[in-house]
Design a protein around this ligand. Structure first.
Ligand SMILES: [Zn+2]
Length: 851
């Protein structure tokens, strides 16, 4: 594998290409070891800045290349093909080339590769350059015509089918697109078909292509696709624009899924679903990802990014759109709590460490390393704040103007914001700083009460992040409500707009002192610091009308209890246990909400909280305190747990909000019950379960309690032929292992015959689980650190992208004691010292060490 130059690329250096592309014709003659790719590309000189023709190309064997049919002088390196301006016509010309590539040897899963005998592609961000010579940058948009030749029943590419015959098929995509949206699939696949009629009456053929044997796992995904198509018409006025929409499931895939125009390629774990093999969480995720990729057809494809620094333009907006879709399909309050849990666990963690970066980064070495929680999740929070600030109606007006003005273009964050400024007359220059300033703002609040007037005073500050020591105040929408002493709401949700470092807001004419409910619906991605006693928290937990704040109060009570148990060996207060028990047995509350309220802060969250408070977290102590609290909760609620467990049985499985909420509550209860009944209820449920949610949930309850070895064996025996379910089997025994055994369990699993480094899902099942087992990963032996780095070094030779992403497990190393820091440092040094370490992994490890 050639090692491309590791140079840093800067946003400020952006210039337009020397040549635009009008259209592209590609012919693929498929062969595992020697695929020929013939290209015919019409280039148009860019009058703005004429110059050499510069094409990207990596790992290609050039057979021939001509300009208007003639051989001209060209320089070919490991990364580029360059033709001097003097050797080019100063008018549109045709470049033709033939190259050879070896899809079967492509284990990086970028470009054209093979997975279980089928051909597929992944071109975002820069995979197309491994297919043929091309200006592989998103601002170059062109129409593509593709001919695929190969002895396979299914031959697919982007756009509409044009013609086909024995062993060949031709596709034409009339919508100009950048090369990262190119896709090709060929193989022995079967399809689950459907159709959709758009609101203007156009019939669209829908297909989900899968491996033989998976046909019965497509119906849910098909319905999700139809729901997403209808939702985008209704909510954003966006219709689908081709005659056909194809989805293909692929086993070996680095990401979740990819929005290639008209031909979405999915990690099979993100599309295949059935009652027996998928959990409720799987169903919810599949629905969200299918919608996400479909929504990209407008936010990403029809309007794309000028350069990769603008990645959040398509991702932040599309994540926001899929979140709203899922909220409409299921429950907005439950979805919002889940989003905040993810944001805090992944994005706040990133913002607090050496990998912190702005939502729109200023520079990168390898763009693959910036498909991050910050770009996606914080990017979505910015859209949510924008909508809160301008209001629902103006938000829709701004979106309409953006679509109308920029359809068919490759644009920037400035273009996006300008559409909202023009549609609303509002100045968004200060708000725009959310895209350029990294770090999570801390918002401290104090309050004053005099003669019927409540004053809320806020101060904001953002800690330094790598490369950004000085921070400015952000525009923060703070949603506030007031609850009177009798529990009635005296002020419904009102949005305060904070723009200064310090700012006060007054509420006058109040009869009695109310309790302020602040940052309702988590109105901004900030950390709110507010002195509040346990009684006030319990009051809001009981009376707040905002479901997010109601949940947040329970969460904070749990966190305070755990921090006290960890730092001073305290025991949980009876008031706290009573408050949680009241929520759990309150039948007016949605079971899904009650399950979330019962969830305790994660060990990683507690470690960060201790670190923020100036203490050194001890992973073992955190683990023990959390287990002790679980036992205390189980004992305190022992009288209601069996009833709750029975009450929330779902005789008829349906993966909807109602059914999944009941099962979530039932399994949360079961997890506590298992600490009281020696696993009896969990074993019974495991044996009787007719769905994966309960089968997996009961096994997890057993494993967490140190039980379940027979069930683990039975699970393997039942599912050994199902690769997606076997990922769960690999994952569970590591994720829920006791701290002492986690590393050894993971190590043993790497020797299991079904373990393979070539499948990213399987690798993540074992090592993602190991790094999520906080006390196991940070065990003081250092065994898990050693095992992870050893395996990442091996994986890097096959798949740099997944290796680089998984090395982020070490990003929190500075939180811990000096012995652990030294152990992690040694592993990071060992990775950096490895001969031929990829550009992706080198950049990540260097940033983790340097921050
Ligand atoms: Zn996306």
């Amino acid at each position: 594998m050639s090692d491309a130059a590791s140079e840093t690329i800067y946003l400020k250096d952006y210039t337009e290409p020397h040549h635009w592309v009008r259209d592209v014709h590609l012919t693929f003659r498929l062969a595992p070891k020697a695929t020929r790719v013939l290209s015919r590309i019409t280039f148009v000189p860019n009058a703005e800045n004429g110059g050499d023709l510069i094409l990207n190309g990596e790992e290609l064997t050039l057979i021939t290349a001509t300009v208007d049919g003639a051989i001209v002088p060209m320089e070919v390196s490991d990364t580029h093909l360059r033709i001097k301006s003097a050797d080019l016509p100063q008018k549109p010309f045709t470049f033709e080339a033939e190259v050879e590539i070896a899809p079967e040897d492509n284990t990086a899963l970028e470009g054209l590769y093979m997975s279980n005998g089928m051909y597929c592609t992944q071109c975002e961000a820069e995979g197309f350059r491994k297919i043929t010579y091309y200006p592989d940058r998103p601002d170059v948009m062109a129409t593509f015509t593709v001919r695929v030749e190969g002895d396979y029943p299914v031959l697919l590419s982007n756009g509409n089918p044009v013609a086909s015959g024995d062993g060949w098929a031709e596709w034409h995509d009339p919508w100009p697109k950048p090369a990262y949206l190119f896709a090709l699939v060929a193989g022995d696949l079967v399809n689950h078909a459907g159709s959709f009629t758009t609101k203007s009456g156009k019939d669209v053929e829908l297909n989900i292509y899968v491996r033989r044997g998976d046909e019965d796992k497509c119906a849910f995904g098909m319905q999700a696709l139809k729901d997403a198509m209808a939702w985008d018409e209704k909510t954003y006025g966006r219709e689908y624009d081709l005659d056909i929409f194809n989805i293909v499931a692929v086993d070996d895939f680095n990401m979740g899924a990819m929005e290639n125009k008209g031909l979405n390629v999915f990690n099979s774990s993100c599309v295949l679903a059935s009652q027996a093999t998928s959990t409720d969480a799987n169903f919810e995720r599949i629905e969200g990802i299918i919608a996400h990729e479909y929504f990209h057809n407008w936010t990403g494809n029809r309007i794309t990014c000028r350069d990769w620094f603008q990645l959040c333009l398509k991702e932040g907006l599309t994540v926001y759109r899929d979140q709203m879709f899922s909220g409409d399909m299921r429950s907005h309050p439950v979805k919002r709590i889940e989003e905040v849990l993810t944001l805090r666990a992944r994005q706040f963690r990133e913002d607090n460490g050496p990998l912190a970066h702005p939502v729109r980064p200023e520079s990168f070495v390898e763009i693959n390393n910036f498909y991050t929680a910050t770009v996606y999740e914080k990017g979505a929070e910015i859209i949510g704040m924008l909508r809160r600030l301008v209001g629902d109606e103006a938000y829709r007006k701004g979106c309409d103007l953006y679509f109308e003005r920029h359809d068919g273009q490759a644009v920037t964050i400035e273009d996006w914001l300008k559409a909202f400024e023009d549609a609303t007359g509002r100045d968004l220059s200060h708000f725009a700083q959310w895209y350029s300033q990294a770090g999570t703002p801390r918002l401290t609040m104090s309050e004053e009460w005099t003669d019927g007037t409540l004053t809320l005073s806020f101060a904001q500050s953002t800690p330094p992040t790598p490369g950004q020591d000085e921070k400015n105040p952000q525009v923060i929408p703070i949603a506030v409500g007031l609850i009177g002493p009798n529990g009635d709401e005296v002020l419904p949700t009102t949005v305060l707009e904070m723009t200064e470092a310090e700012q006060s807001f007054t509420f006058e004419g109040l009869g009695a002192r109310p309790v302020a409910s602040v940052l309702r619906d988590f109105s901004a991605p900030v950390i709110l610091q507010r002195d509040m006693d346990a009684a006030t928290r319990a009051f809001l937990l009981a009376h707040d009308t905002d479901p997010f704040q109601k949940w947040e109060m329970g969460r904070m009570l749990s966190k305070d209890t755990l921090i006290d148990m960890i730092t001073s060996g305290g025991t949980p207060a009876a008031d706290y246990l009573d408050a949680l028990k009241t929520v759990l047995s309150d039948e007016s509350l949605d079971p899904a909400f009650r399950a979330l309220a019962l969830g305790l802060p994660s060990q990683d969250d507690l470690a960060q909280t201790l670190f923020d408070a100036g203490q050194t977290p001890d992973p073992q102590k955190i683990y023990e305190a959390r287990e002790a609290l679980r036992r205390a909760l189980a004992r305190h609620m022992s009288d209601i747990l069996p009833t709750l467990f029975r009450q929330h049985e779902t005789p008829q499985f349906k993966p909807d909000a109602d059914g999944s909420g009941k099962r979530a509550l039932r399994l949360s209860v079961l997890s506590l019950l298992t600490l009281l009944d020696d696993g009896e209820a969990a074993r019974t449920l495991f044996a009787a379960a007719d769905n994966m949610t309960e089968q997996e949930g009961s096994l997890q309850a057993l494993l967490t309690a140190g039980l379940g070895s027979d069930e683990l064996q039975a699970f393997e025996k039942q599912w050994k032929e199902d690769r997606l379910v076997m990922d769960k089997w690999f994952m569970m025994q590591v994720a829920f292992a006791a701290p002492d055994t986690a590393a050894a369990t993971a190590e043993a699993l790497t020797r299991h015959p079904a373990f393979t480094m070539k499948n990213p899902n399987r690798f993540r099942a074992v090592f993602g689980a190991l790094t999520s087992n906080h006390a196991g990963f940070h065990h003081d032996s250092g065994a898990a650190y050693d095992l992870l780095s050893k395996n990442l070094i091996s994986l890097d030779k096959l798949n740099p992208q997944t290796t680089a992403r998984m090395s982020a497990a070490f990003e929190t190393w500075r939180r811990y004691d000096s012995a652990r820091q030294a152990k992690i440092h040694a592993q990071l040094d060992r990775m950096l010292a490895t001969d031929g370490l990829s550009r992706d992994t080198t950049e990540m490890v260097t940033r983790i060490l340097g921050g």
